[in-house]
Write a protein that binds this ligand. Structure first.
Ligand code: SF4
Length: 112
């Protein structure tokens, strides 16, 4: 091992705390460990305690760090109405109320 290699430290070494989470990309629900420093995410890795993924993340789950810290990340809700092709900004409270109303209405109408 070279001296430079010996000096390299994993991102997880600098974390102040680790938060348990679930990969947001698909319904498999692989377990994640979110490493946090100064209230910012510094690394995301698989959670060995997860019975679903047993410490593994595939490509998308491994790229979740970019989802949270990437420069392309949107910080507002965007809403596209039924027929227009443009997206419009929507405040979070209105968006959450809209989703909740639609879930309740669909359940009321279609639940068997
Ligand atoms: S890591 Fe891949 S398989 Fe696992 S939940 Fe994320 S997207 Fe799905």
């Amino acid at each position: 091992m070279s001296p430079r290699t010996k000096r390299l430290r994993p991102h997880t070494d600098t974390a102040e705390r680790v938060v348990q989470s679930v990969c947001p990309y698909c319904a498999v629900g692989c377990g994640q460990q979110i490493y946090v420093k100064d209230d910012k995410v510094v690394q995301i890795e698989g959670n060995p305690a997860s019975p679903v993924s047993r410490g593994r993340l595939r490509l998308k789950g491994s790229a979740t760090l970019q989802l949270t810290t990437g420069s392309e990340r949107r910080h507002e809700v965007l809403y596209r109405r039924s027929y227009p092709t443009d997206w419009e900004p929507l405040d979070l409270e209105t968006a959450m109320d809209t989703v909740a109303d639609r879930v309740v209405e669909t359940r009321r109408r279609a639940w068997r």
